[in-house]
Write a protein that binds this ligand. Sequence first.
Ligand SMILES: NC(=O)c1ccc[n+]([C@@H]2O[C@H](COP(=O)([O-])OP(=O)(O)OC[C@H]3O[C@@H](n4cnc5c(N)ncnc54)[C@H](OP(=O)(O)O)[C@@H]3O)[C@@H](O)[C@H]2O)c1
Length: 247
Amino acid sequence: MKKQTIIVTGASSGIGKSVAKYFLERGDNVVINSLTHDKLLQTYNELAPKENIAMVSGDVRHKQTGEQLLAAALEKFGSADVLINNAGIFDTKPFLEVDENYLDRFLNTNLKGTFFTTQAFIPQMLKQKEGVVINIGTPIVNHAFGGFPTTAPLSSKGAIHSLTLQLAAEFGRHNIRVNTVAPGTIRTPMHEVNGEDVSYKSAGLTLLNRVGEAEHIAQMVYTVAKNDFITGTIINVDGGMMAGRNL
Ligand SMILES: NC(=O)c1ccc[n+]([C@@H]2O[C@H](COP(=O)([O-])OP(=O)(O)OC[C@H]3O[C@@H](n4cnc5c(N)ncnc54)[C@H](OP(=O)(O)O)[C@@H]3O)[C@@H](O)[C@H]2O)c1
């Protein structure tokens, strides 16, 4: 398989870290990013082989971070083949308590981070005459749960799903593929409360009666990156949580 350069945002922990490791283990070059420099450095030190990794800490809310990631990919590896917009945040708050600052946290990190990081990379992908963008969404944009108040994060994630389809439409003729992988409940630090994992509480929502692991998502992201005929799709990896509920 052709060696490629993969850029992963939000790679200091959870899904992003597992995705970075998965590509590295299969011989690709990987540029990792996350917000907190020390956390990213710790992950950088854990991953191997070093000659295949570069790191750029920075906030995806700023387009310059995307531009710095692109510059690092080109300088160290000479191409930017697959962008994985994984950096993201999630939280719950009843709709009537959501103020503008709270909503903006999700729109800025999840939606605008994905939007402008992608905008930083597409010109290079056009030059290369090929490229892949994989966004990380969530199946629950199409699965309403009473008692799980998530209007703010889901407004941002739903927009990522729409953005995915429109980008795939605008750039398909340029051989740029754009897809979203939508994880169900995956055991990551996002589900820790006071350092304790509480993801298992969602196991009953799946047909398999268990939550997923970050590597389940890495496997799908890798497949979507390497399969040259997948574009414009939203792919759930959710243990059957959405079975019978797809819109
Ligand atoms: N886990 C699940 O059940 C689940 C389900 C559906 C979707 N997802 C999505 O999967 C993605 C990864 O989630 P996860 O569960 O792996 O969470 P996680 O372990 O909390 O990791 C989140 C990552 O995003 C980074 N990040 C947050 N804000 C950022 C910013 N402004 N700029 C750059 N990096 C930023 C964090 O960086 P630092 O910590 O280094 O600051 C961290 O590396 C997210 O988009 C999430 O919405 C997760």
